[in-house]
Design a protein around this ligand. Structure first.
Ligand SMILES: [Zn+2]
Length: 390
């Protein structure tokens, strides 16, 4: 008996891992159900169905759900859990929208194959939502009730820029000790994300002067030719070594081959690694000057998400995560990634944030999107540990 007790104290991590392993099939059922409620960002009724289902699941654990109404996108869901200690809550952050239109399940059904669960949005990030439920449930089982208050915030429009939810995310983060983001882990090694690039979107419109390409070729001032020259200028702003990328990903313009084009537009994605780069790149884009003085340039858009920088607070949170992982002999790695998430907002206002705590898998936003089932228990262990100690 005594030996067993010592054992429990020495290996709390392994006991916990066993707990989560024993709940794997329930967890899988929850994830499947989430995936089978399709919830594209741009379909409010569908997203709201998913929100309602989640509210019910979190309420079953004793959380208080509250919807922040949104007009264009699904209502954003906040769930508050009281805790024993009277400390600041930890904010557990996720999104329940996906990039897949309704009907995707017909061609991309939710299925298990060679230890992987496939389906639209399973990795990004419906498995992460199920991990939240499992971790909270486990902490309640172990402690009787949550050791500290927890705020869960589930966003409906993350994949399209978080325009309806950003302010709420930031307000909740300001009241919290730390933010845990359940976006997918980085790579198959399951690294957590301690830095993310910032993201911006710009629209460059060129207004030229139209004329007949045959009768009056000299009178026209081609918006297309001007745009092409501007694209060459923007392309030079790329500096991959320092983490700056500028990609004119969409262009359109002109009306017919026999007309010198009056208008052309480019949509440009930009990525930056620091706030300083964001300011400088934004200034350069806004300072573009036309080569052809009869063409006018108009630049709209801007930086949407500032970079998530690896601040001292982020690094400290990562050290806690590594210590939790070490209890089960897991060498948890960290990664800096190019994509942005809502973690960029919370880190951007100085709240310690750790991202990439969700599932391990491949193919986010792609036809082969899947998670590795055997990785789920230790992800739950890590999340539960961080909710306690972050
Ligand atoms: Zn995501």
């Amino acid at each position: 008996m005594a030996a067993k007790k010592t054992n429990r104290i020495s290996f709390p991590g392994l006991d916990r891992l066993n707990h989560f392993q024993s709940r794997e099939s329930v967890l899988l059922q929850t994830i499947r159900r989430f995936v089978e409620i399709e919830s594209p960002s741009d379909n409010k009724p569908a997203a709201d169905r998913m929100g309602a289902h989640l509210a019910q699941k979190f309420a079953q654990l004793g959380g208080r759900p509250h919807f922040h109404r949104a007009e264009e996108y699904g209502d954003n869901l906040q769930v508050d859990f009281p805790g024993v200690a009277n400390t600041k809550p930890v904010l557990v952050l996720g999104h329940f929208d996906t990039v897949y239109p309704i009907g995707t399940l017909a061609t991309m059904p939710c299925r298990v194959e060679s230890g992987r669960l496939h389906g639209p949005g399973v990795l990004d990030m419906k498995a992460g939502l199920a991990l939240m439920l499992l971790a909270i449930d486990a902490l309640q089982t172990w402690h009787g009730q949550l050791p500290r208050p927890v705020t869960v915030f589930l966003v409906s429009d993350e994949e399209v820029g978080s325009y309806s939810s950003r302010k709420i995310t930031e307000d909740l983060a300001r009241k919290s000790a730390a933010v845990l983001v359940l976006e997918p882990a980085a790579g198959l090694r399951g690294a957590v994300k301690t830095a993310r690039k910032g993201v911006g979107e710009y629209f460059l419109t060129v207004n030229g002067v139209a004329s007949h390409a045959g009768l009056d070729p000299g009178k026209g001032h081609s918006a297309i030719v001007e745009l092409a020259r501007q694209i060459a200028v923007m392309w030079k702003m790329n500096n991959l070594n320092s983490g700056i990328s500028v990609n004119p990903g969409v262009i359109r313009g002109g009306t017919r081959t026999n007309v010198i084009a009056a208008q052309a537009v480019a949509e440009i994605d930009v990525r930056i690694k620091s706030a300083r780069q964001a300011t400088s790149l934004d200034r350069k884009l806004r300072a573009l000057k036309p080569f052809d003085k009869r063409c006018q340039l108009q630049i709209e858009g801007g930086i949407n998400r500032l970079p998530m920088e690896r601040t001292a607070g982020v690094a400290a949170l990562y050290r806690k995560a590594r210590a939790i992982a070490k209890q089960i002999d897991w060498k948890l790695q960290e990664a800096a990634v190019g994509g942005g998430s809502d973690g960029n907002f919370t880190a951007g206002i100085g709240i310690p944030t750790l991202d990439g705590l969700g599932a391990v898998g491949e193919g986010a936003h792609a036809i082969h999107e899947h998670i590795i089932i055997s990785e789920l228990p230790r992800r739950a262990l890590l999340l539960a540990g961080l909710i306690e100690s972050a």
